[in-house]
Each structure stands twice: as structure tokens, then as C-alpha cells.
Write a protein that binds this ligand. Sequence first.
Ligand code: PLP
Length: 379
Amino acid sequence: MTQKSKDINTKCVHQGELPVDQYKSAVSPLYFSTAFDYQDQGIDQYPRYFNTPNQIGLNQKIAALDNCEAGLVFASGMAAITTTLLGLLNAGDHMVVQNSIYGGTYNFVANHVNDFGIEYDYTNGLTATDFADKLKPNTKLLYIESPSNPMLEIVNFKAVVELARKHNVLVVIDSTMGSPVNQLPAEHGVDVIIHSATKYMSGHSDILAGTVACSAKLRDKIAKRAKMLGGNLSDLTVWLLDRSIKTMGLRVTAQNNNALAMASWLEQQPKISRVHYPGLKSHPDHELAHAQMCGFGGVVSFELDQGISAISFLNKLKLIKRATSFAGVESTALIPALTSHALLTPEQRATLGISDQLIRFSVGIETTEDLQNDIAQAL
Ligand code: PLP
């Protein structure tokens, strides 16, 4: 069976299984060793080289999930993002970066990449024309995030890839909000697919990790830098992440269904002025989302009426937890202006549409009636 012919759930459960050991266990064993026989394995097998048995297995699973040739698993989403950019770009290179992206990535680009001699421009929007407007002769990479965090805007993969091919530059996506269950950017020609595996891949709010999937050629480039930066994931956590991914297809499907139900319900609530969810017909990018995604994810953002204090609203929730991060099986909520996007200036947040009234709601797998009752009593 080719990688592509396998259903997502089959890949989640079986891809990357280690060869049957002497005990014929149903689950891959954990090789908790930092040292390996150099005569058998060569001198190059070492956790920081991303090639222990468990890392190799999970790297293969990540590649298969994102329909790519190769994968790499990192110690965090930010390790995956920073190592990829520093691996693919050299001093003197320029990149065009989507303006509405995760706050940590925004901060890395705005405050750190210049130290490495890398130039950048932020776009003014999410269309291919917005990216084209910022191209320079030394542009080597376009960086996108879709759906974007926390406004859930959608980038047109096909249009951005077409632009990139014309100018011979790479496209890198942070696909965390989509997950490999809901979108496969590589199918549209995106070159490098990154996830904060802390989110849907882990799914239980207990693992910090990141992944990269791409061609073997690009993987080798990124891995060369990765070995020096040392952002590998410990083998115990590699094993735990592999276990978590086995249920990712089921979890994300349940979250897709719950989030759509919650978004439709939230739209009817008088004290909520606006709901952002690509699965809603009212979302400006709904048609595009429908065309390039097969589910819309578990995150819904909504704006409370001006008269309601966002902090008091969150404090009154009983079932939905106040928490950073998203995509766990338990529902959580936060105020982006005070947490994920607190490092941006108020002006930068205003440009991106992130108001102080905005709540980012990560819908878990609970019964939607219980979630609705919780929000209704808090309102
Ligand atoms: N990308 C997105 C979209 C995120 O939301 C986050 C974290 O919240 C990251 C990347 C960074 O991932 P990590 O916290 O695993 O380093």
C-alpha cells in the first residue's frame, strides 16, 4: 500500500511502527538510549541527530500524515519553525511573512532574524497579491499560516504556490490550526509543512513538540542546522507523541463537529457581536476553506459585546478552562490580547483585528449542550 492510499486513521495508528522485536509487541518498544553500537549503526546515531529508532519511526509517521517524503520531530513548535527558517535561509536572503501569524513566530521574525542577516517583510494581507507586493530580488521564501491564529483567516494555497513557482521561491506553512486531518498543503504544492505538535497531534495538553514535513532534499538542509541547534525531542516524549497521534483522526473529527455546532450556536447569542469560524457561511473565506480543507478545526474565535468584560466572562466559566494553548480534548478559552498576542503592540493587534473583546475558544470533545450551558451562564 502506498502512503497516499492509506486512510488518515490507518496512518495515525500504524505508520512508522518499528520492526517486530523479539517479543512481537503490538506497540513499538521505546529505545531509551543515547548511545548505539557505532560498528552496526555508524558513528552518526544519536538523539540530537534526530535518528534514534523511535525518532526514525515518528519522522516516518509525520511524513506520511502530511503526504511528504520526509519528516522531522522537534522539541517544540517554535524549535521546528526557527530551525526551518535558519536551515533554509542564509545571511542576505529575504522572506515574505504573512502579517497575521502566531505571536511567537511574529516575535521571532520581527526581533531576531535580522541578527542572522536575514531580511523580511510582513504582508498587508493574506492574498497572493499581498505576497507579490513584497517580493524582492533576494526573496527565497514565503511564510504562511492557515487557518491563522486567532482570526481563522484562510490563505489560498494554490495562488501562493503559483506565485512562488513563478519566482522560484519556497513556500513554508504553519499548518497547526488545520492539522493533517483537515488539510494537506503538500497536495497543493506547499514545500514545507510545520505543526506545533503540542496542539492536535498531542491532543491532551500534556506534550510540547513540533514537526516538519517536506522533501528529503529540504529535510537534509533543515536537519544539518537542526543537529547544531539541538532542538530534538526526548525519546520518551517521542514515544508518547506517537501514542497520542494514534487517536488524532478520531479526536479532530469530533472537534470539527463540536466546533461547527458551537460556532452556529454562538452566532445566535445576543451578547456576542461576531463569530470567526471558517466552517460558517458568514465567514469571508468560507468558500476557499471549503475548497482546500475537509474539516475546519476545533478553534472558534468570538467577540463579546462592548459592555461585557472579557476577563469576568472567562472567570465565570465553570467547565471550559481558562488556558493557553489549544486543541486538547478538554475545551479551553483565552483572551489573545492578554496571552498569545500580548507581545504585539496595541497598534499591531488593531491592524490584525485582535480586539480586547476577542475570545479564542478551543472546543474539545465534551457534549456541546454542556458547553453551551457553561457559556450561557457565564454570559
Ligand atoms: N504555531 C501556532 C499556530 C501556535 O499556536 C503555536 C503555539 O501556540 C506555535 C506555532 C508554537 O508552538 P509551541 O508552543 O509548541 O512551540
